[in-house]
Write a protein that binds this ligand. Structure first.
Ligand SMILES: NC(=O)c1ccc[n+]([C@@H]2O[C@H](COP(=O)([O-])OP(=O)(O)OC[C@H]3O[C@@H](n4cnc5c(N)ncnc54)[C@H](OP(=O)(O)O)[C@@H]3O)[C@@H](O)[C@H]2O)c1
Length: 338
């Protein structure tokens, strides 16, 4: 096998124009690692936040030239000596080790990743669609069902608002909440109303032309059980007022202008509501990706609307990502379905 690979790299933190296409050595494989030939790299808001240097302090091991990308799909080409779960030729979806281990990301022909972040995908799932699952699917899953987060259980009849339903996390959250048996209100702009309806939204609200609080008070006069907020800042005027006592407000958006969050958590508590800042827990990524894959395979979930860009067109993909108005997901074509 060749020892070098094509990758989109940055040589310093900065804007989208920082990307260069370069040849790099294929990363070394350690005992617990899987080497994946990347077919598609999922593109997530975390990628531009890293690229800009906002998350530099959380990535002490990051080295330039740096390969970004927290999600991938592809085919296993080699495994470390401790890996029995995967073998050459397996088709997989995977999160990367960018954050915790500072290893290179997925905007490259090859990815080395710890086996616990990898999940097999079924023969009838395309690698194209599998690239949309890892970060967004698992974040939505944990935000809804995590005991310390949404604590939703399947079969419970709950009223939920997904604020920011037409993006990557929202596309999964709406469908997972419906699968669990909840009634789901959503927010997005008018351009995406049909899309969120297609995901199963019961009560779509156009945040540009409607008052979210008026609409929610009509739909849920006794208050909501849960809000999963993927937008934050001032997108909901007083989210606590939309919830019934004992309800939960799970905020997943990062690097938003939210003011004094500690004071808000204390104030929510006084008003009988729990406000939770939720960060995706990557300890069992592979198993949770597999939960989502199983639901897709069973026909319970469809994969988000996705726009693909060539790896060499990564600048344009990031410019679009940074608008904050992506419908569903963005992904990079790296080697494609093989
Ligand atoms: N905490 C964690 O561990 C974690 C994990 C994953 C993601 N995140 C963060 O969670 C956030 C969401 O991620 P994502 O991948 O879903 O982002 P995304 O795909 O970029 O979200 C874009 C969507 O947001 C909608 N939107 C924008 N402004 C809105 C508003 N005021 N009200 C309602 N909808 C609005 C847009 O709909 P319109 O175009 O119709 O406006 C668009 O469809 C990001 O901040 C991301 O970094 C955090």
């Amino acid at each position: 096998m060749t020892k070098s690979m094509t990758a989109a790299v940055i040589k310093q933190w900065g804007g989208a124009a920082m990307f260069e296409i370069a040849q790099l050595p294929i990363p070394d494989l350690e005992a617990d690692d899987v080497l994946i030939k990347v077919a598609y790299a999922g593109v997530n808001p975390a990628d531009w936040k890293m690229r800009d240097g906002h998350l530099a302090s959380a990535m002490p091991n990051a080295k330039f030239p740096l390969v970004l990308g927290v999600d991938a799909s592809g085919v296993v080409v080699a495994t470390g000596k401790n890996v029995t779960e995967f073998s050459e030729g397996d088709r997989v979806a995977s999160a990367t080790n960018m954050f915790s281990a500072g290893k290179p990301g997925s905007y490259a022909e090859y990815l080395v990743v710890d086996k616990c972040r990898v999940a097999l995908i079924p023969a009838d799932m395309t690698l194209e669609s599998a690239s949309t699952i890892p970060t967004t699917g698992v974040t939505a899953w944990q935000a809804l069902f995590g005991a310390e987060k949404g604590a939703l259980r399947k079969g419970e009849s709950k009223k939920i608002l997904i604020n920011g339903a037409s993006g990557g996390v929202g596309s999964f959250a709406v469908q997972l909440a419906k699968w669990a048996g909840a009634e789901v209100a959503t927010t997005c702009s008018g351009a995406n109303l049909d899309y969120v309806k297609s995901l199963g939204a019961d009560f779509p609200i156009d945040y540009k032309t409607q008052s979210i609080s008026d609409e929610i008070s009509k739909w849920a006069p006794n208050g909501l059980n849960l809000i999963v907020d993927t937008i934050s800042a001032d997108s909901l005027a007083d989210p606590v007022a939309l919830l019934k006592r004992g309800g939960r407000l799970v905020n997943i958006a990062t690097l938003t202008d939210d003011g004094d969050v500690e004071a808000q958590i204390a104030e929510a508590k006084e008003r009988g509501v729990e406000k939770i800042l939720a960060f995706v827990d990557d300890a069992s990524f592979g198993a949770e990706i597999r939960e989502i894959v199983n639901l897709v395979e069973a026909g319970e979930l469809s994969l988000p609307h996705t726009e693909f860009f060539e790896l060499g067109d990564v600048v344009r993909a990031h410019e679009k990502l940074e608008t904050g108005h992506v419908k569903g997901k963005l992904a990079l074509w790296v080697s494609g379905d093989q």
